[in-house]
Design a binder for this molecule. Structure first.
Ligand code: NI
Length: 180
């Protein structure tokens, strides 16, 4: 498998509704490990499959410990669904697919999510704090939604133009390198 790369906004692959995973096998386990690698490289706490260009309902999450280290809270959620949500809280978020940008949006304070793990067993996660926010952020990715969709149309429009310009500049630079 080619090395995974993070898909950057704007990109249609971030806007697809992902399909349910029907079969959990070794290739999915390998994919999960590769997603963790990509996530750690970019200092993320969560990553959803569409962010590496795949339209399947899987996310990986690793909430850092108090000292900031990661590796002990690794979770893989397959076909995750909310079973309850509660309260409201303001959350400052960023996304590996929208680099160098954060915004404050409203989220549920507590959520319960059920999902299959890599063994195919159903797990239930009751979450608050960063874990709850992360679950909401990552699960939205599976339905083609980004955290910036919570902003006003005007703000999102400005972001779209800014990131499209950056993308075109990067593509031009890559072409120039090839032609050099
Ligand atoms: Ni994200």
């Amino acid at each position: 498998m080619a090395k995974l790369e993070v898909v950057i906004f704007p990109d249609d692959r971030l806007r697809r509704k992902c399909r349910k995973i029907e079969k959990i096998d070794d290739s999915l386990k390998t994919l999960a490990e590769e997603m963790f690698e990509v996530m750690y490289q970019d200092d993320g706490v969560g990553l959803a499959a569409p962010q590496v260009g795949l339209d399947i309902r899987m996310v990986v999450i690793d909430i850092p410990k108090e000292d900031g280290s990661q590796g002990e809270n690794k979770l893989v959620l397959i076909n995750p669904e909310f079973t309850s949500v509660e309260g409201k809280v303001l959350s400052t978020e960023g996304c590996l697919s929208v680099p160098d940008y954060t915004a404050e949006i409203e989220r549920y304070e507590k959520v319960t999510v059920k999902a299959l793990d890599l063994e195919g067993k159903e797990q239930v996660y009751e979450a608050d704090g960063l874990f709850a926010i992360c679950l909401q952020h990552e699960l939205e990715h599976l339905d083609g939604k980004l955290f910036i969709d919570h902003l006003s149309n005007i703000k999102r429009g400005i972001l779209y133009k800014r990131y499209l310009k950056l993308k075109k500049e990067a593509q031009r630079a890559a072409r120039n390198r090839e032609n050099a």
